[in-house]
Design a protein around this ligand. Structure first.
Ligand code: NAD
Length: 492
């Protein structure tokens, strides 16, 4: 386990993400020895905090993390606070001085990790000033880690990317998509390319359809302000769903390295059919939650910070078609929503029926049921293969058997959290689990047509709400599949 020298500069160091994810993850890396004495953190935000106050905040953010008291104190001593308004050039000069001092004090040799944990509206400004005020070092590595959302359509994403690209080249930019840090998402290439049974069957000759569900039970909670500018399409589809679809459908990379994987992911994303405006309604549907049956859960439009006639979608479902030799004719169904039955993220690979049912009997008329490979991402971590077997006892009937593997609670507890893994990857310059600009751009091309078509039809405010809190979304979501003779495998 190599240890890295690095100075982290965290913009938005007093924010929610920094406290909930970044400090605990950095501590884990420190505890495990990936970061050691040659390491320091500068937290910045507008508030005037002292180093001591900041170190207390960092220490408090570790409450849920078991750790030795001395180790935690040692860790916290590496943290420094700099009050900083990201739009004020003079503040970057102060910041540079502190950065250079800490670099010398901790013998960091110029390695810098710039983490932008604040509103994306400032990403361009920060990146520009980091360059113009020479915070980017000549020796050592300089990496920019940025959070979602990356734009709100292709145009704004491109503008943002151009601004960042003035200071950082693509190899220095690490765009966080935390789904790519999840254990079971990282398992997709292992499952696909490490096994002859999956590798040979992973195409339109044997796969009938693919389903991806990202279901949340919570509503918007306190994040209404953000959600009103986003919605499910921008919050879940453009980034997480498109990334997972690309991993599920890409061809095998020549080598398991970022450059080859990104090449294949990009090809897969390019093959996803971009709908014509008139095709949108037949392929993508949107929903917004109403109250639950009992009336104990509020409708989206009654939540805090939400417009009473909001047309923002809290649910999406769609059918993606992929125009290449491997996938032609195989629908990829995706859906995501808030206030659904339960929290669950799950992939279902639905295989075709065997051509002939020689047994004659079965639960599904003349056909035996389809085999399904299920990969559950969270909260459970599970592989399940559902296959046809003989029913126990006299005679000969077939039924379904689940071959199951579930990660135990202990295994899960000992698995590093997504942010911990992604931070370590970024520290080591491994870009496999970060989104390349070209991928982000392609995903926007697919999403933009759908969003435009929807929002051109926003005049009719009566279409929402169209599903009950605690259901699996609007009826149109089920219809999308029944129209094709299919159904959602995950149906709680
Ligand atoms: P937050 O509002 O809690 O924190 C924002 C931080 O930016 C604060 O430290 C604030 O002081 C600072 N800030 C704001 N304006 C500033 C200015 N002009 N100059 C200097 N500092 C300024 O936000 P957050 O929830 O931590 O989110 C940060 C980023 O992470 C956003 O891009 C968000 O979309 C993304 N993100 C957050 C979460 C999450 O769970 N919180 C999840 C995914 C992505």
């Amino acid at each position: 386990e190599t240890q890295q020298k690095a100075l982290f500069i965290i913009f938005g160091g007093t924010g929610d993400l920094a406290k909930r994810k970044l400090y605990p993850s950095l501590f884990k890396l420190f505890e495990k020895g990936f970061l050691n004495e040659n390491f320091a953190v500068i937290g910045t935000a507008r508030r005037p905090w002292t180093d001591d106050f900041y170190r207390n905040v960092v220490t408090e953010s570790l409450v849920g993390v078991s750790g030795d008291k001395t180790k935690i104190a040692d860790f916290a001593s590496h943290f420094y606070y700099q009050s900083h308004d990201v739009t004020d050039v003079a503040h970057y000069i102060t910041l540079k001085k502190l950065a250079d001092d800490l670099d010398a004090k901790y013998q960091i040799e110029g390695n810098r990790m710039f983490y932008l944990a604040m509103s994306p509206q400032f990403f361009g400004t920060i990146a520009t000033h980091l360059g113009s005020q020479n915070l980017v070092t000549k020796n050592g590595f300089n990496r920019l880690i940025i959070e979602k959302p990356f734009g709100r359509d292709f145009e704004s994403a491109k503008k943002l990317n151009d601004e960042i690209a003035n200071t950082f080249d693509e190899s220095q930019i690490f765009r966080i998509d935390h789904y790519l840090g999840k254990e079971m998402i990282q398992n997709i290439p292992a499952i696909r390319f490490g096994n002859i049974i999956t590798q040979t069957l992973w195409n339109n000759k044997y796969i009938d359809n693919i389903q991806l569900t990202l279901s949340e039970s919570l509503g918007v909670e306190e994040r209404g302000g953000y959600y009103e500018t986003s919605g499910a399409m921008r919050d879940m589809f453009q980034n997480h769903i498109m990334q997972v679809v690309s991993l599920l459908t890409m061809d095998m990379p020549k080598e398991f390295v970022a450059s080859e994987i990104r090449k294949e992911k990009l090809k897969a994303l390019e093959a996803i059919r971009i709908l014509k405006p008139e095709e949108v309604d037949a392929n993508f549907i949107r929903g917004q939650y109403g109250a639950n049956k009992a009336g104990t859960e509020k409708a989206y439009r009654d939540e805090e910070q939400i417009a009473p006639d909001s047309m923002m979608e809290t649910f999406i479902a769609g059918r993606l078609m992929i125009d290449n030799e491997r996938w032609s004719g195989v629908p990829v169904y995706v859906r995501s929503g808030k206030r659904l039955v339960e929290k669950n993220t799950e992939i279902n690979i639905v295989f075709k029926n065997v051509e002939k049912n020689i047994f004659g009997t079965s639960d599904e008329h003349e056909h035996l049921g389809k085999d399904v490979l299920t990969i559950t991402i969270e909260p459970d971590e599970r592989f399940r293969l559902t296959i046809n077997t003989k029913e126990i006892g006299q005679g000969f009937n077939t039924n379904k058997t689940n071959l199951d593997y579930v990660n135990s609670p202990e295994t899960k507890a000992n698995t590093p959290e997504a942010y911990e893994k992604l931070l370590l990857d970024a520290l080591n310059g491994i870009a496999i689990n970060f989104a390349h600009w070209n991928e982000v751009a392609k995903a926007w091309n697919v999403a933009d047509v759908i969003l435009n078509s929807w929002h051109n039809n926003d005049d009719d405010k009566t279409i929402f709400p169209n599903y009950l809190s605690g259901s699996m979304g609007p009826e149109a979501s089920a219809k999308l599949l029944t129209d094709d003779g299919n159904y959602w495998i995950y149906n709680p």
